[in-house]
Ligand binder design. Structure first.
Ligand code: PAF
Length: 278
């Protein structure tokens, strides 16, 4: 494993290498979800870059950015299990040499709902950094976890819109024993709150059952109602949308696939998750 703080030096290292290049973009505080992406990337590519960069432009709240967990020593320790990867750990100026500013993208409705609605500007920030990474390294494949399913859909739209050559590989969510989706933010959960977080995955599983007897609006209402009395849990949204285009429907149609999405605060910590319904 080699580490780089400069993208130019990293590209220099790759100058004479052949075969495919895979990218796993992360904000660090690596967990088993990230490791599963790196395993897939290393199994399928000759060269793999893992980036660790807490991208300031995708945080709509300064406090969220300040509180975002940082565990670089631990991350590097975990990455030692992958002797051939190239780890990119830039300073902000390597990626934002002039202004720390996001570009403005137009993804239609895709970035106006859910995370786009509750975290204004978030997807402009994500798209800016992902476009930068794709156009400095030109990876053949980039690996993203489905816990951030809306992000995956938007990055696919970004690739198409900007005519980028990278293929997006979306990978299944990795979960704790009680179903909680692996996230760097889980470690911010205060003791005593952690057990409350199980409601997130449970509500998604319940939605899978309820869809047999309800239409999408009824399903959203019924599941949301379960959160009224949930201790230490504040629901932000529970949505049932089409899987490919994130569109609302009044009725389920056998010809389409659907997905349920949730965001809530457990104490101070905001967590998201989703599940395929069909
Ligand atoms: O999913 C994340 O960790 C981030 O949004 C990403 C894709 C690394 C961009 O900063």
């Amino acid at each position: 494993m080699k580490t780089f703080i400069s993208h130019k030096k990293l590209n220099n290292e790759l100058r004479n290498s052949e075969g495919s290049l895979g990218l796993v973009a992360t904000m660090g505080s690596l967990h088993r979800g990230h490791i599963s992406l790196i395993e897939k990337a290393t199994a399928n590519n000759t060269n793999v870059i893992v980036s660790i960069f807490i991208n300031p432009t995708q945080f709509d709240e300064n406090q969220d950015l300040r509180n975002y967990p940082k565990n670089l020593q631990n991350d590097l320790q975990l990455l030692q299990n992958f002797p051939n990867i190239l780890v990119y750990i830039p300073e902000i100026s390597d990626l934002y040499p002039k202004k720390i500013k996001a570009k403005n993208y137009d993804f239609g409705k895709l970035d106006k709902i859910m995370e786009g609605e509750f975290r204004p500007g978030h997807f402009n920030g994500v798209s800016t950094i992902v476009e930068k990474l794709f156009t400095i390294f030109y990876p053949d494949f980039a690996y993203f976890g489905e816990k951030d399913f809306q992000q995956v859909i938007i990055i696919k739209a970004l690739v198409e819109q900007q005519e980028l050559s990278t293929k997006i590989i979306s990978c299944p969510t990795i979960r704790e024993n009680d179903g909680l989706a692996m996230s760097s933010r889980n470690q911010l959960l205060k003791e005593g709150y952690r057990k409350n977080a199980a409601i997130i995955h449970n509500s998604l599983l319940e939605a899978k059952q309820l869809m047999k007897s309800m239409n999408p609006p009824q399903l959203e209402k019924t599941v949301a109602a379960k959160f009224f009395n949930a201790e230490g849990v504040d629901l932000e949204y529970f949505k049932v949308l089409t899987n490919d285009s994130l569109a609302e429907r009044k009725k389920f149609n056998k010809a389409e696939a659907y997905r349920a999405f949730i965001a809530c605060r457990i104490g101070e910590v905001r967590l998201i998750d989703n599940i395929i319904l069909t």
